[in-house]
Design a protein around this ligand. Structure first.
Ligand code: HEM
Length: 645
């Protein structure tokens, strides 16, 4: 025993000394070259602690002392941080070819994710091939236009979900409502993966991140594999020659481009690509919508202007359509302003330097990790007047856009690795925000002041989401989310477009149950959106039309299904369109007899089924909802009771 202990101590010491010598040697070699300035670091760990819990803020503070190009040493990983529009332009425009690689991070080695990934994959012929396929086959204006009806359905569902929540509130006779904070409490990774900085720790996986990632990733991949298998089955049945091929068809049929790739894309990689689209596109978009809503709630004047514009352009008798968006300059300005202050990925996705580069007079060595602090750039007083104020007007009559040409506004990045889903994100973001505002009146509770809204970003999220989110240092998402205290009351939404007076309380407001989260439902809706855009075939066939229809009267009705029959239809649609995973879940629930019959009022019950840990069945007013309780709700299945009958 004693000998084992002394062996471990000796090896630890040996490794530490080797590390220090190695770093010293490296530094000596570079002494002759001019390096960017940066704070002194600790031995071995370097500047890891300088990042704090909110790296984008901590880095912004360091900029005051060290300027817009900053050097850090995170363990053995050299890192450069870019924090001004000018430096970003240099990097992403003039030196993009040298910085368009991604750093290989430990957690993305699970299930060979990195090999198939577009977002965290190395700059390689494979990456170029998949990127080209995405640009040409999925993210063109035409392709995105073709899926407009699907987005419309999602938005309609979102509106219905919000109404359902208010109905539930009414059933419980709850007064007032709350924005619950986004539930990031479980599985949050607040610390970076030390194994990325100190490679000798990789083998130990000291924080268990790779282990967790591997487990969650396996689950996620299995779900997506269900889609792919289903499609292959269809091919077997001879449905190959259909007219409306979607992106999944393209990936499956691709046999090389004779240039960068000469064979079929391996099956496992196709699954990874599809999975990535789900996740890279959902959380980012929903977070941006939430931020925009939060800012508008703090600025009733801006909210009023958006509403007025909508009333003028769309009118009160119909829903907003994508074709209306270009006639809504103020709404567009609101989205730009929200993305300026709250880019969903504040440090972009870290780049990796492909070769030694002379950058703005500094030497940047090959394999240096590069962060671009889009958050700090969006708040830089050198680029923006009154930078901390939410002022959409600044974009009216201005040509500044977020499409990668104006480096003071780069929420989607720029250059070769610019977000591939930008066009789709823009559509979803604008349409959803417009619909939320057009269908309801949102305002803070009388007793609440705008200052009560906690506008700090919450950094970090569950490992499960990390699989999916392009992440900071591989273990901590740099996705910023508004964290609002649960005690903040929203002055609900006036049912401006609803004629369901039974859901309106004596004060004329729709009521939410305490703890319900309209915004979470919004999110769950977006969660589905990018996926269905990709896998359009599965979703776009002969589904029933939306139940939100323009009314004859002056107000558009957001109708709740009037009777049980209607619910049956909706249920069928839900089950048919959801992931195979949901079906499996429902079957399992039936088997386990967890269906609770006809509960008159709200009841709450957690279902413990080994394969589905973390899911909760909520039943209120005789209707059943399934929520993923570890994070935000993933899906909702109304009326399981009908299913069981
Ligand atoms: C508001 C919504 C979104 C934001 C703010 C956002 C932001 C970003 C950012 C900052 C990057 C890294 C860019 C860089 O390194 O320069 C990125 C990359 C990426 N995004 Fe998005 N994104 C959004 C929506 C979407 C959507 C809807 C999809 C797809 C359905 C998507 C798919 C991707 C992919 C695949 C990459 C990796 C591209 C590459 O490395 O070549 N994103 N996104």
């Amino acid at each position: 025993m004693e000998s084992i202990c002394s062996f471990l101590v000796c090896s630890g010491l040996f490794l530490a000394i080797a590390m220090i010598l190695c770093l010293k040697g490296k530094n000596l070699g570079r002494r002759t070259k001019k390096l960017p300035p940066g704070p002194p670091g600790w031995p071995i760990i370097g500047n890891i602690f300088d990042l704090g819990t909110e790296p984008h803020r901590a880095l912004q503070e360091l900029k005051l002392k060290y300027g817009p190009v900053l050097r850090l040493r995170l363990g053995s990983m050299d890192t450069v941080v870019i924090q001004s529009a000018k430096a970003a332009a240099q990097l992403l425009k003039n030196h993009d070819a040298s910085f368009c690689d991604r750093k290989p991070l430990d957690v993305f080695t699970c299930h060979n994710y990195r090999d198939g990934s577009l977002a965290v994959g190395r700059f390689s012929p494979y990456w170029r091939t998949v990127r080209r396929l995405c640009s040409v086959e999925m993210m063109t204006v035409k392709r995105i236009n073709d899926t407009a009806s699907i987005r419309r359905k999602c938005i309609d569902q979102m509106i219905r979900n919000i109404e359902d929540d208010t109905a539930a509130a009414n059933a419980r006779r709850v007064r007032g409502s709350e924005f619950t904070p986004l539930s990031l409490s479980n599985g949050i990774q607040r610390t970076p993966n030390v194994a990325d900085f100190l490679p000798f720790l990789k083998w130990f996986d000291p924080q268990g991140l790779r282990r967790n990632m591997s487990r969650d990733m396996a689950r996620a991949l299995k779900i997506v594999e269900g889609f792919v298998k289903e499609r292959l089955e269809e091919y077997k049945l001879g449905n190959e020659e259909k007219n409306n091929k979607d992106f999944l068809d393209t990936l499956l049929e691709f046999e090389g481009d004779g240039k960068d790739w000469h064979e079929k894309i391996p099956y496992e990689r196709i699954i990874i690509i599809i999975l990535e689209m789900f996740f890279a596109g959902s959380e980012t978009t929903s977070a941006a919508t939430e931020w925009a809503m939060a800012e508008l709630l703090r600025k009733p004047e801006a909210m009023r202007k958006v509403k007025e514009e909508l009333n003028e352009v769309v009118g009160e008798n119909r829903n907003v359509e994508e074709s209306d968006i270009e006639k809504l300059p103020y709404l567009q300005a609101v989205v730009k302003e929200a993305l300026r202050l709250h880019p969903s990925v504040p440090l972009l996705v870290p780049r990796n330097t492909m070769q030694d580069t002379n950058f703005m007079g500094y030497h940047i060595a090959k394999d240096t990790q590069v962060f671009v602090n889009a958050w700090a750039i969006g708040r830089d007083p050198d680029s923006w007047e009154d930078p901390l104020t939410f002022k959409p007007e600044r974009f009216l009559g201005s040509n500044i856009d977020y499409k990668g040409q104006n480096f003071e506004l780069i929420p989607f990045g720029s250059g070769r690795r610019i977000c591939i889903g930008m066009l789709l994100a823009q559509r979803v973001l604008l349409l959803s925000l417009a619909s939320l505002i057009h269908c309801f009146d949102w305002e803070l509770d009388k007793d609440s002041t705008p200052e009560i809204l906690d506008m700090r970003e919450k950094i970090g999220m569950s490992v499960k989401k990390l699989v999916l989110e392009l992440s900071f240092l591989g273990t901590q998402s740099n996705l910023a989310l508004p964290s609002r205290s649960s005690s903040i009351a929203l002055k609900e939404m006036l049912p401006r477009r609803s004629n369901n007076s039974q859901y309106v309380d004596s004060h004329g407001y729709l009521r939410f149950p305490v703890g319900s989260s309209p915004v979470r439902e919004v999110i769950s809706c977006f969660r589905v959106d990018p996926s269905i855009s990709i896998l359009s075939k599965a979703f776009s066939s002969d589904r029933p039309k939306t139940s939100i229809s323009p009314s004859k009267s002056s107000a558009t009705k957001c109708q709740l299904p009037p009777n049980e029959g209607a619910r049956r239809v909706r249920l069928k649609r839900h089950v048919a369109t959801r992931l195979p995973f949901v079906d499996a879940f429902l079957l399992k629930m039936k088997k386990e007899k967890v269906l609770l019959a006809n509960k008159k009022i709200w009841s709450h019950r957690s279902v413990i089924i080994p394969e589905f840990v973390g899911y909760t069945v909520r039943i209120y007013n005789g209707r059943t909802f399934v929520h993923y309780t570890r994070s935000r709700s993933l899906f909702r299945v109304p009326n399981l009771l009908v299913l069981s009958s």
